[in-house]
Ligand binder design. Structure first.
Ligand code: ATP
Length: 348
């Protein structure tokens, strides 16, 4: 299957009954990109991937490979590779035969099949296991077989649906690097579904953050991490403090809110006016303990190795999550400041 310069999703919509599982997805994927579809359970990520794969017909919209419309093609005519969380290997075939399967289906010369299969086995470092059955492999090894099987056909696009979710934490970290390395060395274009924001941030060139079937934000990991477009995205990206506050002063996009009786400055992330109810978002690691600032009472201390996670009660029934390297005890009075520029203020 030939490559493409761009893959374009244009208003891709999929309805089940009366509900849109995916609603008007617009996305242009450049050749060579690693795209993560990210969002909480039920937001429509898998639906988007299955629409791309051709496993689900669209209710509305279209998908284009350069100027060729492909959403009307059956899955096998799209030339995409797929990797799923349950591996979907043939249990009665060896590693080698699992990987060679697709090449054989294409009636390629035997020597080509052998060479490409051997290369793929080498690439995922399964040389010592090529004669084994999937049941004799660890989860990580099985997932590597699945990846080799999907990429040996040199697909124009590789689709992965939570491929690491069945692996233990250590292996998950290793496989992140592994998949990213393969993506790069094979020059793949990859669309990767995950609900794990760290996975998405560490692997992808661009993130598509979804909620309730709709795109909330498309951006680089840094953009999505430092400037979430809505408080829902902020929530999902680890801004654990989402505080319902009021705007007391405004100067351009510099907003002052009242936090536990103390004015604190933040950056407006949308239209807000003095007196408005807003949602102020800040990460626990961007709240610092000091000698002055917002006064609060430490209620909960959770030991986390190098750091402690605190829950601090402020005036006005506001609770603030704080991470600190200081040794703090429950019942202590503390003063808190927010790292300048890190309080994001969203219209509520
Ligand atoms: P998860 O991470 O839990 O798989 P997701 O973000 O991938 O979630 P989808 O599987 O795309 O979400 O589902 C989106 C919505 O569509 C959900 O509300 C789901 O219940 C619904 N849905 C998905 N598939 C079907 C189906 N075959 N029939 C009816 N509703 C469906």
């Amino acid at each position: 299957m030939s490559g493409f310069a761009q893959l374009r999703l244009d208003g891709v919509t999929r309805r089940f009954g009366t509900a849109d599982a995916l609603s008007g997805l617009d996305l242009t994927i450049e050749r060579g990109e690693f795209i993560a579809l990210l969002g909480p359970s039920g937001c429509g990520k898998s639906t988007a991937l299955n629409c791309l794969a051709g496993l689900l017909p669209l209710t509305a919209g279209s998908i284009w490979q350069d100027d060729r419309r492909i959403d009307t093609l059956p899955p096998e005519k799209r030339g995409f590779g797929m990797v799923f969380q349950n591996y979907a290997l043939f249990p009665h075939l060896t590693v080698r035969d699992n990987i060679a399967f697709g090449l054989r289906m294409r009636n390629l010369p035997k020597s080509d099949v052998q060479r490409r299969t051997a290369d793929a086995i080498e690439m995922v470092q399964l040389g010592d296991h090529a004669g084994k059955l999937p049941g004799q492999l660890s989860g990580g090894q099985q997932q590597r077989v699945a990846i080799a099987r999907a990429t040996v056909l040199e697909p124009s696009l590789v689709l992965m649906d939570e491929p690491l979710s069945n692996l233990d934490a250590k292996l998950r970290l290793e496989m992140r690097t592994e998949i990213r390395r393969l993506h790069q060395s094979l020059g793949l274009t990859t669309v990767y579904v995950t609900h794990d924001q760290e996975e998405a941030l560490s692997m992808a060139d661009r993130l598509v953050v979804m909620r309730l079937g709709k795109v909330q934000q498309i951006g680089t990991p840094e953009e999505v991490h430092t400037k979430p477009s809505t408080w829902h995205v902020a929530d999902f990206m680890g801004y654990r403090n989402l505080l319902p506050l009021k705007v007391s002063q405004l100067n351009g996009d510099q907003v002052t809110v009242d936090l536990g009786g103390t004015p604190v400055r933040g950056a407006a992330q949308g239209p807000v006016a003095i007196g408005d109810d807003v949602i102020a978002a800040v990460r626990p690691e961007d709240v610092k303990l000091g000698d002055e600032g917002v006064k609060g009472l430490v209620e909960v201390v959770e030991y986390q190795g190098r750091e402690r996670a605190l829950e601090v009660a402020l005036d006005g029934d506001v609770k603030l999550h704080v991470r600190t390297e200081h040794r703090v005890e429950p019942g202590e009075q503390v003063a808190l400041t927010v790292t300048p520029g890190r309080l994001l203020v969203y219209p509520s």
